[in-house]
Design a binder for this molecule. Structure first.
Ligand code: HEM
Length: 212
């Protein structure tokens, strides 16, 4: 193996390893947001319990470092493979990964500002506030929907490649099922944040940043 090949393989291995850390968090995180379909109280109770784990300094540090590495390595692979990339699935993987990387940079920065600068509890109301102050809903509806779809699509592409050698129908079906789950979960979370599934009253402290 040449030095260049070893570098490419190591980057891919690290990208996959940090993806496992982020995927572990994302399963809990999206389950947390889906709890709001039941009630906001259930969402907040779930978050309080989950935070006792993911807000442990060592765990949160590992998560944030993984997110940063994932974004940089992912965008680097998208740019580096631009000319060689062929086929719809390879492009779907690149587009969904690019959206996820950009989303994560904005999302994690927004949470940090909310927590550290505005001293807000970054719970359901923090995510929902923008849906309730026009015209910000025009940004937040596609922003969160596409994040959930991109996450499931990106994992679906990984499933597609890991099934190399199996029937094309099985590979395509696994990808399509993941995209469909992402779309349904994305719509459900958006409807819940927008207050379309139950009445939502956003506390004034969360609305204030949008009304300045
Ligand atoms: C509809 C979609 C989403 C909504 C409404 C949402 C909302 C939130 C909220 C409110 C927090 C603060 C949590 C807390 O204070 O305990 C948060 C944190 C975070 N979210 Fe999301 N999120 C969504 C999707 C995603 C996705 C798809 C990912 C990545 C795979 C992601 C990654 C993160 C990360 C890394 C944090 C920071 C955790 C920490 O530092 O403790 N989110 N999100």
């Amino acid at each position: 193996m040449t030095t260049e090949q070893i570098r490419k393989v190591s980057l891919r291995v690290f990208h996959r390893s940090t993806a496992v850390v982020i995927a572990g968090f994302a399963i809990v995180h999206l389950a947390n947001h889906l709890m709001s379909l039941h009630s906001i109280a259930a969402h907040i109770a779930f978050m309080d319990a989950a935070r006792t784990v993911y807000r442990q300094p060592a765990i949160e540090f590992a998560l944030i470092v993984s997110v940063m590495f994932q974004c940089v390595s992912g965008l680097w692979m998208v740019v580096r493979g631009w000319r060689a990339r062929q086929g719809a699935v390879a492009w779907l993987q690149a587009v969904s990964g690019t959206y996820l990387a950009l989303f994560l940079v904005i999302h994690v920065s927004a949470i940090a500002v909310g927590r550290l600068a505005m001293h807000l509890d970054t719970n359901f109301y923090f995510a929902a506030a923008g849906f309730h102050v026009p015209p910000f809903h025009l940004f937040f509806i596609p922003y969160y929907f596409l994040a959930v779809v991109a996450l499931f699509t990106h994992v679906g592409c990984a499933c597609y490649w890991s099934l190399a050698g199996r029937s094309p129908t099985l590979r395509r079906t696994s990808l399509s099922v993941m995209v469909a789950i992402g779309a349904v979960a994305g719509v459900a979370i958006d409807l819940s944040l927008a207050g379309r599934l139950q009445p939502v009253t956003i506390p004034p402290a969360y609305l204030a940043p949008y009304k300045r």
